[in-house]
Design a protein around this ligand. Structure first.
Ligand code: AP5
Length: 248
């Protein structure tokens, strides 16, 4: 099945921001953000995509948009999303290839790869193109904190910006600060589904920490700090990795 146009909208490159970092590089930056659900990957990937002027490529967002649009891809993935199970590897890797890798630009992969099979598919794909990752950032957070974050998360129904009832509240109750649209709760935020997602993470995704450490690509960020502190640490790390192009 080809990836749909609905999902393609999610893969557009971020618009250049006035404060974007200028880098003297041969190739655009390519990072993977890894970590448990709720670690703040999406929050930080959105900020870093602006800072480094690259695509924020979230497989979760691509699948949710497709599901909301009721497209063929969306109908296929909806049950997986609602129950917290992983979408099959082959389909996921095909979506990423068509919507992200084929564009040939820089990106932050948020939530992909999530299994060893997906990591191998990504490695093979990059090798075919003569490319390599600049780094894999592991956002480290306890299960207890992840549950608190995910059960309090709110997402804007208009622009997709995310909030937290306690940790990152909107200025007006249930209304987006940026676009004024209503905030809603994601369908996979119920505590039983969150716990299922964490179990899937430990079984299927956590082995990637070792996989990327063995390849000299893994970098750690303490995700338990406040959002702006995590942003400062992540930004400094990405900049260092981006400037050492070719050294790794
Ligand atoms: P996806 O959307 O990727 O969900 P996830 O990885 O489970 O990640 P989350 O979005 O839940 O958390 P996050 O780490 O991005 O944290 P966030 O920034 O939102 O995937 C959803 C589903 O899609 C999967 O279950 C699966 O079915 C499918 N899927 C996706 N990718 C797939 C793949 N590769 N293969 C197969 N299936 C796939 O922050 C969480 C909350 O905390 C927010 O409320 C935020 O405001 C708050 N917050 C963020 N940072 C902080 C902080 N520093 N302090 C306090 N609060 C914070």
């Amino acid at each position: 099945m080809p990836a749909d146009a609905d999902a393609a909208a999610d893969a557009e490159q971020a618009a250049p921001a006035p404060g974007a970092v200028r880098l003297e590089r041969n190739a655009p930056v390519k990072f993977v953000f890894l970590g448990p659900p709720g670690a703040g990957k999406g929050t930080q990937a959105a900020r870093m995509a602006v800072r480094f002027n690259v695509q924020h490529a979230s497989t979760g967002d691509m699948f949710r948009k497709a599901a909301a649009a009721g497209s063929e891809l969306g109908r296929t993935v909806k049950d997986y999303l609602d129950s917290g199970r992983l979408v099959p590897d082959e389909l996921t890797s095909r979506v990423v290839e068509e919507l992200v890798l084929d564009a040939g630009d820089g990106y932050i992969l948020d939530g992909y790869p999530r299994t060893l099979g997906q990591a191998e598919a990504l490695a093979a794909n990059l090798e075919r193109r003569g490319l390599r990752l600049d780094g894999v950032v592991y956002f480290d957070l306890s299960d207890q904190e992840a549950v608190r974050r995910l059960t309090g998360r709110l997402v804007c129904s208009g622009c997709g910006r995310n909030y937290h009832r306690e940790f990152m509240p909107p200025k007006a109750t249930d209304v987006c600060d940026d676009c004024g649209a209503a905030l809603r709760v994601r369908s996979d935020s119920a505590e039983d589904v969150v716990r299922q997602r964490l179990a899937v993470y430990h079984e299927m995704t956590e082995p990637l920490v070792r996989y990327y450490r063995d390849r000299g690509l893994l970098e750690n960020v303490d995700a338990s700090a406040a959002p702006d502190d995590v942003e400062r640490a992540t930004g400094a790390l990405l900049e260092r990795l981006a400037r050492s192009e070719g050294d790794r």
